[in-house]
Ligand binder design. Structure first.
Ligand SMILES: Nc1ncnc2c1ncn2[C@@H]1O[C@H](COP(=O)(O)OP(=O)(O)OP(=O)(O)O)[C@@H](O)[C@H]1O
Ligand SMILES: N[C@@H](CCO)C(=O)O
Length: 338
């Protein structure tokens, strides 16, 4: 279903979008499960009559190109072409609190931010489903982009042509503690560590665990989450890339974790915790100390599942007009927020 008629934006027309971070896989749901987190990137597109320009704000976008090879620019052009609109020149502003290449969905935030902003700029001719299909094809899997677009927990599958998804609300009793190692690990490199084939028993292990995890989320069975978050398809192969990870996965429950997993392709580690747990400090120290003993310095952040996906910030909200550099407020170093 199309939302509206595509219109070429007049110079000066502006759209600003907020997109959440996301953690993919949640252990066994490799390329299938994603959860949105309350850490954000902002993408703003303004139609201009002069040359296109890309401006980056904050400390998290070092190395991101500012020419027409920028991911946001490229994706926006694809939306205009798909809608049959002559591509306008754009002033692009991007700000992000999502660290790059750490397993928290930075690329998904850029893809989804660009899709939603470009679509809104031309009168929203593309439906949410079309945006999801485009985002999935671009990212190569639907887990991060599904959570970034729709929020909550998303269970999804892509057959190479179409992606389908169901959104599950995240349990409000849960918080997420992330330990973000101070090194980058590209999804490409982390996927190269995976075997081409896996034993049948490992496939069966993951089908069971992933199914149990989704059912446990749906029924609020926090007692099952930790058991269900076990994985045999990707984490064992990626462990060599993240010293200390195996011990964190094996022992986090002994320090009060509800569940633990590698976040996306890593290197960030994700721990789910009950919001009112008295053991939060112990857990955070365990994570930092375990990684440090293996020579990995990591920054921790307390986050919450985010119910909303990407939103167009309307004129009434303060963030719609706040100066761009003021939008990035969270520090990734030792920042503790919920
Ligand atoms: N705001 C942005 N603007 C343009 N490009 C971006 C932006 N954010 C991320 N990217 C691109 O995405 C790349 C990171 O993608 P990658 O999939 O390796 O990591 P990730 O998305 O942070 O992790 P994961 O997919 O495991 O959650 C960056 O190197 C950059 O090229
Ligand atoms: N499911 C993906 C997420 C990273 O983009 C992976 O684990 O490689």
């Amino acid at each position: 279903m199309r939302n509206g008629q595509a219109v070429r934006p007049e110079p000066g027309a502006r759209v600003r979008v907020r997109v959440p971070a996301s953690t993919a896989n949640l252990g066994p749901g490799f390329d299938a499960l994603g959860m949105a987190l309350n850490l954000y990137a902002y993408v703003e597109l303004t139609a201009v009559s002069g040359e296109s320009v890309v401006r980056l704000h904050g400390d998290n976008l070092d190395g991101v190109p500012t020419d027409k090879s920028n991911l946001v620019y490229e994706i926006a052009q694809r939306v205009f072409r798909r809608a049959g609109i002559e591509c306008p020149e754009l002033a692009i502003n991007i700000a992000s609190d999502i660290p790059l290449t750490r397993g928290l969905g930075s690329s998904a935030s850029a893809i989804v931010g660009a899709l939603v902003a470009a679509n809104a700029l031309i009168g929203s001719p593309l439906s949410d489903d079309e945006l999801f299909q485009m985002a999935t094809a671009e990212e190569g899997h639907p887990d991060n982009v599904g959570a970034a677009l729709f929020g909550g927990i998303v269970a999804a599958f892509w057959d190479g042509e179409r992606a389908e998804y169901v959104k599950i609300p995240a349990d409000p009793r849960l918080q997420a503690l992330v330990a973000i190692p101070r090194f980058q690990l590209s999804t490409e490199k982390a996927r190269h560590a995976l075997p081409k084939q896996v034993p049948m028993r490992d496939a069966v292990f993951n089908v069971g665990h992933s199914s149990l995890l989704v059912a446990a989320f749906c029924q609020g069975r926090l007692d099952l989450i930790g058991k269900a978050m076990k994985d045999a398809l990707h984490q064992p192969y990626r462990a060599a890339l993240i010293p200390g990870m195996e011990r964190v996965l094996a022992e986090a429950a002994d320090h009060g974790a509800v569940g633990v997993a590698l976040s996306g392709a890593g290197p960030t580690l994700l721990v789910l915790v009950e919001r009112d747990s008295p053991r939060k400090e112990e857990l955070e120290s365990f994570l930092i100390d375990t990684l440090r003993r293996e020579g990995v310095e990591a920054d921790t952040m307390w986050l919450s599942p985010e119910a909303d996906g990407a939103v167009v910030l309307s004129g009434e909200t303060a963030d719609a007009s706040r100066p761009f550099e003021e939008l990035v407020t969270r520090r990734s170093k030792g920042g503790v927020r919920a």
